[in-house]
Design a protein around this ligand. Structure first.
Ligand SMILES: O=C(O)CCC(=O)C(=O)O
Ligand SMILES: [Fe+2]
Length: 289
């Protein structure tokens, strides 16, 4: 079995070569000449260019180039004081880890134990099997890559949800109105959420309708509502980072383009023992309606 890995950079290189007028055979020959296995090279070229005329990877690549947020502004905590704690609306939040590229910040104690328990109690009776955007059609579908149960709160739907949303907005300097409703996920032992990007695929047929409700997602905050017994880290495979789920803590990351180059591929690793509850806040470029 081959161990050669087709990275984002390789796929992008293939797309650029094709756009510059080189045909598939020339690109394949160049890959082989630089040491790629014939099989791996063939698969990589197929993935980007597909069968004659389809070019699924190329269409995605081009759409990603077009879909830059107009403002370039992103949600971002104010960490200029370089303190290990910040006070947000009277609540002390710890800064446990910061990474510049990709932008990732891990917070400690964003929610109190009582707030975590209140969210779980409110969400529990409303859980159903999680859905993601379907692969080919408009709408969502149950996806085997995501074996958790989930539900959405409406933005500001009660005082508890509104207080948490207001704290998140202040922490990340991003308007409450630009946030989607909080999503709660529940993972049982063995459940996971395989690595994915949170931005909407610019080449997907459903994306224009989704973008009409507030533009692209530009940031994600995953808040841990309990501490699983074992497993359930939030993993970032591109940078080999695993964030341990600890009740009340949260991991934030932002992405300025709907593009794998942001290195924001992430997932919820399998829960090995116990259960895992998270609340996710996705932040849009504009007002989410
Ligand atoms: O459960 C996790 O750690 C990750 C959740 C996630 O990726 C999401 O809600 O988009
Ligand atoms: Fe995600």
């Amino acid at each position: 079995m081959s161990t050669q890995l087709v990275t984002v950079e390789v796929r992008r290189w293939i797309a650029v070569q094709f756009k510059e007028g080189h045909d598939q055979n020339k690109i394949l020959a160049a890959l082989r000449a630089s040491g790629w296995d014939a099989d791996v090279a063939e698969q990589a070229v197929q993935a980007v260019l597909g069968k004659q005329g389809q070019q699924p990877g190329l269409k995605r690549f081009e759409a990603a180039q077009r879909a830059l947020p107009p403002s370039g502004r992103l949600p971002e905590p104010d960490l200029t004081a370089e303190r290990s704690e910040c006070v947000v609306e009277g609540h002390t939040v710890k800064v446990l880890l910061t990474l510049a590229q990709p932008r990732i910040v891990v917070f400690g104690g964003l929610l109190s134990d009582e707030e975590c328990d209140a969210l779980v109690a409110r969400a529990r009776p409303r859980m159903s099997r999680s859905e993601t955007v379907a692969d080919t059609s408009v709408g969502s579908e149950v996806n085997t890559a995501r074996t958790s149960d989930g539900m959405f709160f409406t933005r500001g739907e009660d005082a508890c949800v509104a207080r948490i949303e207001s704290r998140i907005a202040a922490l990340l300097n991003w308007p409450v109105e630009n946030g989607e409703g909080l999503q709660v996920l529940h993972y049982r032992p063995g459940a996971e959420y395989q690595p994915h990007y949170d931005y909407f695929d610019p080449g997907h047929v459903a994306t224009p309708a989704i973008l009409a409700r507030g533009g692209q997602r530009v940031g994600t905050l995953v808040i841990y509502l309990n501490t699983p017994e074992a497993g359930g880290a939030t993993v970032f495979p591109d940078i080999q980072l695993a964030v341990s789920p600890v009740k009340g803590n949260a991991v934030f990351f932002s992405y300025d383009q709907p593009d794998p180059g942001t290195q924001t591929l992430h997932g919820g690793a399998q829960v090995c023992a116990g259960e895992k509850w998270v609340a996710t806040k996705w932040l849009r470029e504009g007002e989410f309606i």
